[in-house]
Design a protein around this ligand. Structure first.
Ligand code: CA
Length: 217
């Protein structure tokens, strides 16, 4: 299981991150100040660190210097959107940063992308009755290969990577089609409905009233 250390002193934000990462299938440990984070890092191994910049005792930048030799990828969480802060974080060796407040889907996407860059994601995903090989983009149920179009596959992966989270049609559209959503929901609905029928997940990918869809597993 992929292990993530969340270093954030604001408990409401820390809890929100932890709950959603756990829901997405990650093992999460929280530390609430820089010293506690350093202690935890001495005792346990992690695949990724989410690091708040403004922390009591030892701040995120100072902690980053401690973390750097460990070669664990780091995503900075910052309330500051200024360019100098971002540059400072990246120069210290951070792999990415997220400006607070951020949406959960954005957080999960960044986490996924940094882990992928470090080859720390498992290429075989087992979700409910399906096996998804993200290397060969092959979807199977048992020994039967399910043929999906590129868009359907991308859609499936979006749901799998955000399982149990309601995804807005706008979000789905922007992620899969890459353009701005113009309020026409039929493209999204058509593709989601075809995809879930093909893979037999009509009961798992549910319609969320006035929002969009959610994969329930
Ligand atoms: Ca803080």
């Amino acid at each position: 299981m992929t292990r993530i250390l969340v270093v954030e002193d604001e408990t409401s934000i820390s809890n929100l991150i932890a709950v959603n990462l756990r829901r997405a299938g990650y093992h999460v440990v929280c530390a609430y100040d820089g010293m506690a984070a350093a202690d935890t890092l001495e005792k346990e191994k992690f695949d990724l660190i989410l690091l708040d910049v403004m922390l009591p005792k030892v701040d995120g930048y100072e902690l980053m210097e401690y973390i750097a030799p460990m070669e664990i990828p780091v995503i900075f969480l910052t309330a500051k959107a200024s360019v100098t802060d971002r540059v400072k974080g990246l120069r210290l060796g951070a792999d990415d940063y997220l400006t607070k407040p951020f949406e959960i889907i954005e957080l999960l996407a960044r986490v996924e992308s940094v882990l992928r860059r470090y080859h720390k994601t498992e290429s075989i995903l087992k979700v409910a009755d399906l096996t998804i090989d993200t290397g060969s983009r092959m979807v199977r149920r048992g020994d039967t290969v399910i043929n999906l179009t590129k868009k359907e596959y991308d859609l499936l992966l979006l749901f799998v990577r955000n399982k149990n989270i309601a995804l807005y049609r706008e979000t789905i559209y922007e992620r899969i089609w890459g353009g701005e959503y113009m309020g026409d929901s039929r493209t999204v609905d058509l593709h989601v409905q075809r995809m879930r029928k093909k893979i037999g997940w009509e009961q798992k990918i549910v319609t969320v009233y006035k929002v969009g869809y959610r994969l329930e597993v």
